[in-house]
Design a protein around this ligand. Structure first.
Ligand code: CAA
Length: 379
């Protein structure tokens, strides 16, 4: 099949699948109900090298290619999308910006603990009044002796309250407009960093998402990434990779919804025959399969382009748009096939239906993906 996987990629995918089924699956429903953060599982993923998969071994990572990471993420999301987003944010928008734009000193200081899973990381771009329009952010970075003081509010911060190092965008040179935004690595233990209570979310209930308030939180000069005012570029570069990750998450959720539906259609009987013998259900299952398989090709293609070092902004946005929108449809059909049981918390498809919903929203809404695709076409 496309692409032709290497032995290493197959081994990583299979290791992720085996770990997910043995260690993550058993508590997934209970964590969804309780909202308990899967701390021990994340620590185990760190030991396996899954928290910094693309980070070279010298910086504590696994040093594997992007497609391997995407294959692993898909397997984890198949079992528990909350664990998948925790892993995705750490890999794609915490480790990657530091790897791509950090100095040697920054890589030693921040990347090593993040990539090895010793600590968790995240990404602070979004604010209460700056979501899709990321450049409208208001958080200020004021120059002081030896560093900067950050003040403002950050919203919807994944891994907030459980993470330590966050790539945080703030206005350092207000006179330059959106070209005056910088990216810093912010230590959550710094005085003046206040993590809010975890948001009560519809889905991904055991991943942690918080509002963050920054009050003169000091970051040293040495914590600034890039050349000074590269904040938006660093953020958007990170999001290119992040969006392939979220597409892989949605793909894993959709594949699970399809598999649950096929299994159910083989056993549930109505009108004297199994569901799968009814043409209405057959057309649903066939359409779900077509959408999942088409999405998979887009996700793997975007990851392969990234591995080849080619620009992948358009392909990442296309993969995210197509996969997440179709994954929502697939999960909706899965609930429909399950009938009343699909509406019950006792059935996995109910969780999938809630978990998949955010994938067309975070790391850029579907509307933003269309904007990114159209801009790339017109460039
Ligand atoms: N890679 C590198 N640089 C890029 C880039 C990319 N993919 N896209 C843009 N840039 C650069 C531009 O070249 C520009 O730099 P110059 O001025 O030097 O040329 C700079 O970044 C700003 O770009 P734009 O002028 O195009 O910026 P814009 O304000 O018009 O942005 C947008 C438009 C693409 C819609 C952008 O605002 C966007 O992507 N919005 C969505 C934000 C988003 O996805 N937020 C999710 C946050 S993370 C999250 O969801 C939480 C979580 O933890 C899971």
């Amino acid at each position: 099949m496309f692409p032709q996987f290497t032995e290493d990629q197959i081994a990583i995918r299979d290791a992720a699948r085996a770990f997910a089924q043995a260690e993550i699956e058993p508590g997934a429903m209970a964590r969804d109900a309780s909202g308990e953060f899967p701390k021990a599982i994340i620590a185990q993923l760190g030991e396996m090298g899954f928290m910094g998969m693309n980070v070279p071994e010298q910086y504590g990572g696994a040093g594997v290619d992007y497609l391997s990471y995407i294959l692993a993420l898909e397997q984890i999301a198949y079992v528990d999308a909350s664990v998948a987003v925790t892993m995705s944010v750490n890999n794609s928008v915490a480790c990657a910006p530091i790897l791509n734009f950090g100095s040697e000193v920054q890589k030693q200081a921040y990347l090593k603990p993040l990539a090895s899973g010793e600590v968790l990381g995240g990404f602070m771009l979004t604010e209460p009044d700056a979501g899709s329009d990321a450049a409208a952010l208001k958080t200020k970075a004021v120059k002081v002796d030896g560093g900067w003081k950050l003040s403002g509010s950050k919203a919807w911060i994944t891994n907030g309250g459980v993470g330590k190092y966050f790539v945080c965008m703030a206005i350092s040179h207000p006179e330059k407009g959106k070209k005056g935004i910088s990216a810093f690595v912010l230590d959550a233990d710094t005085p003046g960093v206040h993590m809010g209570r975890p948001e009560e979310k519809m889905g991904l209930r055991s991943s942690k998402t918080v509002m963050v308030s920054l009050e003169d939180a000091f970051v040293p000069d040495a914590a600034m990434l890039g050349k000074g005012c590269d904040g938006l570029k660093i953020a958007f570069h990170g999001l290119d990779g992040g969006r392939i990750g979220i597409a892989a998450q949605a793909l894993g959720i959709a594949q699970r919804a399809l598999d649950e539906s096929v299994a159910y259609a083989k056993t549930r009987k109505t009108f004297g025959k199994i569901l799968g013998e009814h043409q209405a259900i057959q057309t649903y299952l066939a359409e779900m399969t077509a959408r999942v398989q088409a999405a998979r090709l887009l996700v793997y293609k975007a990851a392969s382009l990234k591995d080849a070092g080619q620009p992948c902004t358009l392909e990442a946005a296309t993969a995210k748009l197509f996969t997440t929108e179709n994954a929502m449809w697939v999960c909706d059909r899965a609930v429909q096939i399950h009938g009343g049981y699909g509406y019950s918390r006792e059935y996995t498809v109910e969780r999938l239906y809630r978990d998949v919903r955010v994938t067309t929203i975070y790391e850029g809404t579907s509307e933003i993906q269309r904007m990114v695709i159209a801009r790339a076409l017109m460039a």
